[in-house]
Each structure stands twice: as structure tokens, then as C-alpha cells.
Ligand binder design. Structure first.
Ligand code: PMP
Length: 417
């Protein structure tokens, strides 16, 4: 109880910016707000062309058919759909997930799958299963911001491994593993997005996949393969999944967010047996069970809807948008600016000339009504200063072209400053 005297000594509740700072966990203090979310409030204004968010174009879905499906799930299977479920996820959906993974050359048993509330939860589960404060995690530089967030929340140290246009560079991975070994340290795992990387927009070549797995073998390294975009290749399929090369060394994360509907929040993790049990235990502590309702919706969709055709529809939409962005970049960008040329997925990674600062340029870009995500948020070590991520997934092609024209204007002005 607060006495009258105490109350005089302390500032009244609500008068400082945050009255709870002395109570927060050390882990929370390691977390930083996402650069992307901070941008969203401005980027979402209708006059701004947002090349910032990575929102899937769900409008390409047959919304009326899905409405009927949801209604059918509730009326015909409500007693299961509206009930608590198993921590590991519905068995029938896990069987169907095996079929989806088969498209990427992965042979799996439904028993080794844990259904998650999107791969974001899977990343947090993996962090909780493996990471202690101070542990080393290897990740591509740049890396997916949501993964960095979970590793940082676990107070792990992220060590980046450089990429080029062919993805993660195996010789860099080897040098990093050697350096750690010399220092008497060992990475808990390598986190990698081999296909249509977020944010770099590059794909690991087939031969490099072999090299990465050979290094994993030689250095006893566990690999966390995050693959939400693998089925969204425009020209050809990417190389075979790392998981198809090793069952025991790879924990594989999949998601329906980009191939079906992000709002349903259904993903999965495929892991060696022993790890699967630990992941299930952690998931039960987090959410008891993933939503039966959304699992049922995904399951019925896979059963009754031509979902492979729908993935082709998504691919066509994104390919047209990728083409619009690449074309506009060629047309408008001044010399000295470079960018990646993705063959699938959602993102282009753009590099400004030496000495430039993409984050400092954001206010001017917003004044010119275009938004992007500065590269620094995709590194744990302050790198990425002169880079930015451009997403082509959501705006229609003509808005993308206009957005790039505006961005080129901002960059042109910057070079005159
Ligand atoms: N991993 C990567 C590489 C992503 O790009 C995303 C979403 N942007 C996720 C994981 C999380 O996806 P979800 O939780 O929707 O499955």
C-alpha cells in the first residue's frame, strides 16, 4: 500500500513516459521495435506508394469461395473447429503438409510436423528450444527482421555471414565457423532463407546448397531452413530444399502465409523426432494448441480447392509486379545505384553509393510520398546503412512504377546535396 508520504516522494503514476521500466525483463530490453512497423502508419496513407511492407496480395484469392469454405467448416465440423486441439496440430492437416513439401523434394512423415501459428511462432519456438543468453546464431547478412527479433529476444548474439547474388557464400560460412572454433565457441545453428530471400531477393544456387550442407556436416552445425517463398518461383523452381539433403541436420519452417492466406496464421515446423517433442512442448506453453478453426480451413482448402492453380495465380501476379519494378528501376535510377534481380518472392534489395544513409533519407522519401524499409533493420550489427528493401508484392504495377519514379527523384536530389 502506498502511504501519503511515499506518494509525495514518487512522481504520480502516469507522469513519466513509462512507469514500468524498472520491472521489465532483461530479455525485453534487448528487443527493439521493428523499423517496418514504425513505418507502417505513414506508409499506409493512401497518397504514399508503399514499397515497405511485405503484405501478400490476398485479393488474388477467390474470397467468396473461401467464405463458403469457412462457413462449411463451422457448420459441418464446428464441434472440432471451435474446440481446443492437439499441441502438435491436426493429423489430417499434417498429412496434407507432407504433400505440399513433396513439391519441394522433401520426404517427411506427418508425425515429424508441428503446426504453428505462422512461421513466426516457429522461429520463437526454435529460439526457446535452443538459445541461451550469449549463444551464437549464424544468419545471412542481411537477414529476416522477424527472425533477428526472436534471436535478440533470446539474448543470442547474431553473427552475420555475407551473401552475394547466389545467396549465402560458403567460403564466408567456413571462415566464420573456423573463427568461432578458434575462439572456442560454437554456433547453436545457422538460420537461412535459401529461396527468394527476405530482404535480399536472392536464391542459393544448387551447388552452394551442397557446399553449405557439407560444411554443416564437417562442423556439426544445425541448420534452420526458413522457406515461406519457395513455391513462388517465376522462371523455374529454386534448388531442392536443404531439408531434402539431410533429415537430421535441418529444421525446416514452412508457412501458408504466402501460398494461401497470411491472416489465417498457419505454418509448420518439420524437425528430427527428439526436437519435435521439445518444439511441441514449447508451443503448448505458448498457445496450448494452434487454432483448430484456421487449421480446418486450410485443410478443407487443400482438399477441395485447386490450390496448386492458385499458387500459379499468385506467381503471375508477383512476376508482373517484379517486372514492373525492375523495368522502372532501369528506367529511372541514376548511375551508381545497384539492385538484386529476384527470380521469385517479394523483394528487391537496393544499394546506394558509398557513404549514403538510407535511413536518413526516409523522411525525404515520405515527403515525396514513397516508402521503403532502410537496410539497417535487417542486420544485428549496424550494417546495411546504404541499403534498402523494396517490396513489389502489394501495390499494382502502375503504382510500383510511380513509386520507383518518386524514389529515383529523391535519390537524384540526394546526389545534388
Ligand atoms: N520468415 C520469413 C523469411 C518471412 O518473410 C516471414 C514473413 N514475412 C516469416 C518467416 C513469417 O511468416 P508467417 O508467420 O506469416 O508464416
Amino acid at each position: 500500500m502506498t502511504t501519503g508520504e511515499d506518494a509525495e516522494k514518487q512522481p504520480p503514476h502516469g507522469t513519466t513516459l513509462d512507469d514500468y521500466t524498472d520491472r521489465y525483463s532483461a530479455a525485453l530490453r534487448g528487443m527493439t521495435p521493428s523499423e517496418i512497423r514504425a513505418l507502417f502508419s505513414v506508409a499506409n496513407r493512401p497518397e504514399v506508394v508503399s514499397l515497405a511492407g511485405g503484405m501478400p496480395y490476398v485479393e488474388a484469392l477467390p474470397l467468396q469461395s473461401i467464405a463458403a469454405l469457412v462457413s462449411e467448416v463451422v457448420s459441418a465440423q464446428g464441434s472440432v473447429a471451435l474446440q481446443y486441439g492437439s499441441g502438435q496440430g491436426l493429423p489430417e492437416l499434417r498429412e496434407q503438409i507432407c504433400e505440399v513439401m513433396d513439391l519441394e523434394g522433401i520426404a517427411a512423415s506427418a508425425d515429424d510436423i508441428v503446426v504453428t501459428t505462422g512461421s513466426q511462432q516457429a522461429l520463437d519456438m526454435v529460439s526457446r528450444v535452443f538459445l541461451d543468453p550469449g549463444d551464437v546464431v549464424l544468419a545471412e547478412g542481411p537477414s529476416y527482421v522477424g527472425a533477428l527479433g526472436t534471436f535478440q529476444a533470446a539474448q543470442a548474439e547474431v553473427v552475420h555471414v555475407a551473401m552475394d547474388h547466389d545467396g549465402l557464400i560458403p567460403s564466408e560460412l567456413k571462415a566464420t565457423l573456423e573463427r568461432l572454433r578458434r575462439d572456442g565457441r560454437r554456433a547453436k545453428f545457422l538460420y537461412t532463407v535459401p529461396n527468394f530471400h527476405n530482404p535480399a531477393g536472392v536464391t542459393l544456387t544448387e551447388s552452394r546448397r551442397d557446399e553449405v550442407m557439407a560444411l554443416a556436416e564437417a562442423y556439426d552445425l544445425l541448420v534452420v531452413e526458413d522457406n515461406p517463398y519457395g513455391l513462388l518461383g517465376f522462371e523455374a523452381s529454386p534448388g531442392r530444399a536443404l531439408r531434402s539433403r539431410s533429415q537430421s541436420r535441418v529444421i525446416y519452417l514452412g508457412s501458408f502465409s504466402k501460398t494461401f492466406a497470411a491472416g489465417l496464421r498457419v505454418g509448420w515446423v518439420l524437425a528430427p523426432h527428439a526436437v519435435r517433442d521439445k518444439l511441441t512442448m514449447v508451443s503448448e506453453a505458448q498457445v496450448l494448441s494452434p487454432s483448430n478453426l484456421t487449421q480446418k480451413v486450410v485443410s478443407e482448402y487443400l482438399l477441395k480447392y485447386p490450390w496448386r492453380e492458385q499458387i500459379k495465380v499468385f506467381r503471375d501476379v508477383y512476376q508482373e509486379r517484379r517486372d514492373a519494378m525492375l523495368h522502372a528501376l532501369e528506367l529511372h535510377m541514376p548511375a551508381g545505384i545497384t539492385w538484386t534481380r529476384p527470380t521469385g518472392g517479394f523483394y528487391i534489395w537496393l544499394t546506394l553509393p558509398e557513404g549514403w544513409d538510407a535511413k536518413a533519407m526516409v523522411p525525404r522519401a515520405l515527403a515525396h510520398k514513397v516508402a521503403y524499409v532502410p537496410g539497417i533493420g535487417f542486420y544485428a550489427d549496424g550494417d546495411g546503412v546504404r541499403q534498402m528493401r523494396l517490396s513489389y508484392c502489394y501495390p499494382p504495377p502502375e503504382r510500383i512504377a510511380e513509386g520507383i519514379r518518386r524514389l529515383a527523384g529523391v535519390i537524384g536530389e540526394e546526389s545534388e546535396l
